[in-house]
Design a protein around this ligand. Structure first.
Ligand SMILES: [Zn+2]
Length: 249
């Protein structure tokens, strides 16, 4: 994993530069146009990549000597690199692997740039295997906020379906797909009216993926390999590209 670590370090540097650059640009364009009373320029498609954990809820799962937090970050960095290659504008919620960011702060980051999609990368532990997408299908309440709005619920479902469908052929034979679920089926969601905290505060389409079950031997072997992580990033890239096309950008 030594060479991989080195590669990741170089990528993070490049990625963060890009992230900082794009995070402000879309807002600046919108403000300038409205002050002159002109029709705002068409904004680029923006994806917010959220490597899950550590947050106010959890520092992430561990199994088979694997750290969910690390795996989420490693896949996220590979995905950022792919977005750069495709010239798709992206932002992220973390600037280092162990940076603690609350779920509300993560949502706020995507909201601030009016992201077209917020994808939240996680790995599960439990009795299953394969990848599973989750989306909010109702409003919950957290920190004095009720959300997400109905329009975000509808768009989030469409995003989860689009991403899931695009990922299946890429991961076929390597990692199985599970039926799409709602936040209500998650433990944390269950405590906040059936909605994850990050979803409650989201004003943009948001979907969370449990990329695999790291306590499942086969899944763990897949996601711990450079090849498996690259494959997962390929699949997520295909999903983002499909969503970009669906929203017409
Ligand atoms: Zn997680």
């Amino acid at each position: 994993m030594k060479s991989n670590t080195f590669l990741l370090r170089s990528l993070i540097g490049a990625a963060l530069l890009t992230s900082a650059g794009v995070a402000q640009a879309p807002l600046a364009v919108a403000q300038k146009d409205s002050s002159k009373g002109k029709t705002p320029a068409k904004r680029p498609f923006i994806v917010c990549i959220d490597p899950g954990h550590p947050s106010e809820i959890s520092s992430g799962a561990n199994a088979h000597g694997l750290s969910e937090n690390r795996l989420n970050w490693q896949v996220a960095v590979l995905l950022m690199r792919r977005m750069n290659t495709r010239r798709i504008t992206w932002i992220t919620t973390k600037s280092s692997e162990n940076q603690k960011v609350t779920n509300k702060q993560r949502a706020d980051r995507a909201n601030a740039v009016g992201a077209d999609l917020m994808i939240r990368l996680h790995c599960d532990v439990g009795g299953g295997s394969g990848f599973s997408w989750y989306y909010p299908d109702r409003s919950g309440r957290h920190g004095g906020v009720t959300g997400p709005p109905r329009s975000v619920q509808i768009a989030s479902r469409a995003a989860a379906e689009t991403l899931n469908a695009a990922m299946i052929p890429v991961l076929r034979g390597r990692l199985k797909s599970n039926p799409i679920k709602t936040d209500a089926s998650t433990y944390v969601g269950g405590k906040h009216g059936g909605v994850l905290i990050g979803s409650i505060h989201s004003l943009v389409p948001t979907a969370l993926i449990e990329m695999c079950f790291i306590n499942n031997k086969r899944d763990a072997k897949f996601i711990d390999s450079v090849e498996g992580q690259e494959k997962m990033a390929d699949a997520l890239e295909a999903g983002i590209v499909a969503w970009k096309a669906r929203v017409g950008k």
